[in-house]
Design a protein around this ligand. Structure first.
Ligand code: ATP
Ligand code: LTN
Length: 337
């Protein structure tokens, strides 16, 4: 009889900052995929509050936003029975490993990070050391769990590359310790652009709320934002260089309807941008409705959310114990008892 070997499931890790309501970009580029991966992988998902304090936060608002982000994560389809869903600050391994890894990360490497350059330009009054070492903490998040794959949007690819380099360097110096992780990006929608400036990424912390669709926006708001989306002076709905606004809308429409770019071009042949924008807005609003309903229900049950956070955080802590002991031993610290 043929013997079957059962392959252990690959491990996934990803995180999102509790810096406000998730945008359509966060959802399509990352969080929506997290839910889809739960059946085939061992998934660990995290609200990264340690990362959030690299920019100024009001403590009470951060605490409330962490709870909301956790509820949003579940509303987007993460099932705490299937995945480990937790809050970063509740597992001290992230901060501990971050320090160790920072001693295997070069200043020059961090200095090349485009997110640091962007964020330090945007927050010129608070260019703190944490903003600079942010990618080391992200590397620690991923490496602490020996994750194989990391579902992210395109903007995080450079940080993931850094995490890979740090893992390789540590392994060379101290012996095989970390799995070198791979990025996992959607083919379509890895970088949604602002509706007001399609050369800029759609971002939670954009000052121009019209550029950004938040997943809790009501239908009227969503329709209005799409109607006002910046396009071009032509009238043909087709995906082409130089038509960044239309390309972005076509990408969004494709992601929420499953239609290909060719199908979309055919559907809107002979119609104007007005009809197209309304159709995109309608499709997005319909798509987000179940997420909004699930979110409202979850926010009514704080006791349930707190219980899920407690359980998830304990699971996360237990998952990192062995590896942290190994890391400490390898670098030469005396045994943890
Ligand atoms: P902030 O504006 O506070 O920096 P953000 O909107 O960039 O936040 P993050 O919490 O940094 O969001 O990112 C969470 C996930 O969403 C990451 O995997 C990131 O790559 C992805 N993501 C963020 N913006 C987009 C976008 N415009 N298109 C696709 N994916 C995105
Ligand atoms: N840096 C990411 C959020 C993040 C993350 C992670 C993503 C923190 N730790 C680990 C994937 C894996 C961001 O700003 N989007």
């Amino acid at each position: 009889m043929e013997e079957k070997t059962i392959q252990p499931k690959k491990r996934i890790f990803s995180g999102i900052q509790p810096t406000g309501v998730f945008t359509l970009g966060n959802y399509i580029g990352a969080v929506r995929n997290w839910g889809k991966l739960q059946e085939d992988y061992e998934c660990i998902y995290c609200i990264v509050d340690l990362h959030a304090i690299t920019v100024m936060q009001d403590p009470a608002i951060l605490r409330a936003n962490t709870m909301r982000a956790y509820a949003l994560m579940l509303a987007c389809g993460i099932d705490p029975q299937k995945s480990v869903a937790f809050v970063q600050s509740r597992n001290p391994a992230h901060a501990e490993l971050s320090w160790v890894l920072s001693c295997s990360t070069m200043f020059g490497e961090l200095n090349r990070m485009t997110q640091f350059k962007d964020k330090s330009a945007r927050h010129a009054d608070n260019i703190n050391a944490g903003l600079f070492t942010y990618p080391v903490l992200m590397a620690a998040d991923i490496l602490a769990y020996n994750a194989d794959l990391v579902p992210i949007g395109a903007d995080q690819k450079q940080h993931l590359e850094l995490a890979r380099n740090v893992a390789i360097r540590f392994n060379q110096r101290f012996g095989e310790t970390f799995v070198v992780p791979e990025p996992y990006m959607p083919e379509t929608g890895a970088r949604l652009m602002s509706l007001q400036d399609p050369t800029k990424k759609m971002s939670k912390s954009d000052e121009n709320a019209n550029g950004c669709v938040y997943i809790l926006d009501d239908k009227d708001t969503i329709l209005r934002k799409f109607r006002r989306a910046v396009t071009d002076s032509e009238s043909e709905v087709c995906y082409r260089e130089g038509k960044e606004g239309i390309n972005n809308l076509m990408t969004i429409y494709s992601c929420v309807t499953g239609k290909t770019l060719d199908e979309i071009t055919t559907e809107f042949a002979g119609k104007g941008y007005g009809d197209f924008k309304t159709a995109v807005g309608e499709a997005v609003a319909d798509h987000l409705e179940p997420v909004q309903t699930a979110y409202a229900r979850l926010m009514e049950d704080k006791a349930y959310l707190n219980a899920c956070i407690d359980t998830g955080s304990e699971q996360a802590f237990r998952l990192t114990g062995k590896l942290m002991s190994k890391v400490y031993r390898r670098v030469g610290f005396i045994d943890r008892k």
